[in-house]
Design a protein around this ligand. Sequence first.
Ligand SMILES: Nc1ncnc2c1ncn2[C@@H]1O[C@H](COP(=O)(O)OP(=O)(O)O)[C@@H](O)[C@H]1O
Ligand SMILES: [Mg+2]
Length: 168
Amino acid sequence: MPILDSTTVEFLSGSPAQTARIGERLGKLLKGGEVICLEGQLGAGKTCFAQGLGRGWGATDDLTSPTFTLIHELRREADRKHLYHVDLYRLESEREAWMLGLSDLMDSTSTVLIEWPERALSLLPTDRLWITLELVDDTRRRLTFKPTDAQHQALLTALKREVFGIRS
Ligand SMILES: Nc1ncnc2c1ncn2[C@@H]1O[C@H](COP(=O)(O)OP(=O)(O)O)[C@@H](O)[C@H]1O
Ligand SMILES: [Mg+2]
């Protein structure tokens, strides 16, 4: 599996289950305060990844694709932490995201996972894990992970160790 530079990591997924499993592994490593951006065209697997992430994090309510609301709030029994699953596909403007209070979700204990993050870029913190999902063919997806700060870098290093069983 290629490691593109010291901070960028690429995973190749061969099935929806595998994409969800990578998400699940990442979900298990979350401590709170992370911002995870999922960029990629319709059908790239963002929601599939998000569902796995919710499972790994321990969400007690289902992490379904938010069809009518842009912000879904997930909880778990283990503690009082929150996971927000935001889907900006239907966002009309950055102003709408501002009015919805997108920025207020980001705090030191919550994890915010965002589909279509490029639609509200100016409202997002610069410290984040940016994941780009690309279609390779019908069943394969390329997932490229880019952390922008030490916290998300550490998260990615831990994920890499889980998935590949290597240290770096
Ligand atoms: N390796 C893969 N990973 C994720 N989804 C895949 C993969 N191969 C095929 N698919 C299909 O692609 C679609 C992804 O849908 P979804 O996760 O809702 O995408 P998005 O949220 O990016 O629009 C699903 O129909 C899924 O079955
Ligand atoms: Mg989606």
